[in-house]
Design a protein around this ligand. Sequence first.
Ligand code: ZN
Length: 200
Amino acid sequence: MTDPKLPPLVHAGVPVLRAQARAVRADELDRAPLLDLIDTMVAVMRDAPGVGLAAPQIGVGLRVVVLEDRAELMARLPEEQKKARDRRPFPLTVLINPTLRFEGEARATFLEGCLSVPGYMALVERSLEVVVNASDAHGNPIELREKGWPARILQHELDHLDGTLYVDRMLSRSFSTSQETAARWIGRSTEQIKEGLGVR
Ligand code: ZN
């Protein structure tokens, strides 16, 4: 049950999800409004539950992202799928004004969903390894070098800050309801999903 004190998630169709979010100014760091926003975002992410949340997803056009992947969120995924995706717990991380660069040429294609596009999933090809530079809520610099699933979450969440949704990048023939994904595809390999849905 969604906590009634939390702001609602903003869904596709609302302009803030398609806008360029504004950078957080230096004088906004380490101040109550930003720290309160981060607390709210973490609560919304955990309540959903999701593995990441960008401020536009609660209607705030600021370049703020929170991420956290916990063992219980991946409990349904078979061991070999966790391994294929390189999905592993990722500690709670707050990123202010993040920038991302792709590291190397390797790409990977897996199913992805989004709290702002509820009820659906699709295959999305993304870079396997990324480097993200940002600051934390207090203005301390952060550099993350991530591979596998954490790299995918970072690319997905940072896209939100530029008004991009996964549906802009998906292999559109793989677009599936969450229900059919759970019934048919969650334990299958990307190749099996592509074969089954005629993804070319
Ligand atoms: Zn999303």
